[in-house]
Design a binder for this molecule. Sequence first.
Ligand SMILES: O=P(O)(O)O[C@H]1O[C@H](CO)[C@@H](O)[C@H]1O
Ligand SMILES: [Mn+2]
Ligand SMILES: [Mn+2]
Length: 389
Amino acid sequence: MTKRVIWLIIDSVGIGEAPDAGLYGDEGSNTLEHLYRDHSGLTLPTMESLGMGHIDGVSRIPKVDAPLGAYGKAAEASPGKDTTTGHWEMAGIVLKKPFPVFPEGFPEGFIQAFEKKIGRRILGNVVASGTQIIQELGDRHVETGSPIVYTSADSVFQIAAHEEVIPLEELYAICETARQMFVDDLAVGRVIARPFLGNTEEGFERTSNRRDFSLFPLHETILNKIQQKGLKVFGVGKINDIFSGYGIDEYVKMKDNKDGMEKTMEAMERVKEGLIYTNLVDFDMIYGHRNDVEGYGHALMEFDADLKNLMEHMEDKDVLIVNADHGCDPTTESTDHSREYIPILIYGKEIPGRNLGVRSSFADIGQTVGELLGTDPIPNGISFAEDLQ
Ligand SMILES: O=P(O)(O)O[C@H]1O[C@H](CO)[C@@H](O)[C@H]1O
Ligand SMILES: [Mn+2]
Ligand SMILES: [Mn+2]
């Protein structure tokens, strides 16, 4: 019986357009294969050895003689292509309605009420890239003390503020206020604090004090089921934020992907039964949204080496799962997420190399985690635990 699952989310590493990608303007997107195509020397020996190149429909990733892992891909059953939708679905929540998006900015009435509540006017209220808008409005923000509000193609209300102008604690409180105001049709998936430092001469730069305020999960997920079984759920990185802490016993934040992998290994020293659930956001936040092909490839190679190290520290009954939450193809003109299949790689000393095929929902992964750990099932998803024997 599996005692422990180590679940790593490689944020935004999609593996090709989903069947309904056209509805999202994402025909032809393929984050990972296009990185293999356009990066100067991408090679991911660990993930290739687990069977990444054998996933259905993959053509550019090298195949190996005998994959060491079980491998497959999954389409997203929920509408949407953001982090919350992807993580919630893999843990068992399939959305019927997408989270609302605000391509024209947030309604005037909402903004006015928000300004009144926080006691500050705001700047922006536009669709923008977070790194660009702080260069554009940073000066005015410093002068006026008005936080910068912006959104993207995702269901996000992002608030950027200089840490020396609006102290972190106040920025987080402002985000909490916004979170509570977003109800009914306005219930945005995430409010995100985007603190930064710097000045005009040297440029403004975001700090690692970002914090996400997600909606509360619509119902229980596999995380709750694991807790109810008396096992521990340990989150690394953004996981606790994404689930608003629901179903999570303990968590640590991370500075970057490398730190996230180190924190995962530290958790493996302590948490011997249950789930260690890690989100590695750099692929998305630092490289995918910035269309940085070289950086993205480099980050993947660094992760791949760290993954090998982690696998060497696994115990005999451990199961490792690696999958993404959506795509963010850095080779397309768009800097937004892309509606893609996500790759799934599973490794354990007792797990055979095998094709898990094409799954119709990310929830299949959560259902499998539950079956492996002997929990009650979740309402969505078809377990493939049988194929792992
Ligand atoms: O441009 P930045 O601020 O990085 O924002 C990006 O990060 C958000 C959350 O992942 C996405 O919706 C995207 O807009
Ligand atoms: Mn994501
Ligand atoms: Mn993103």
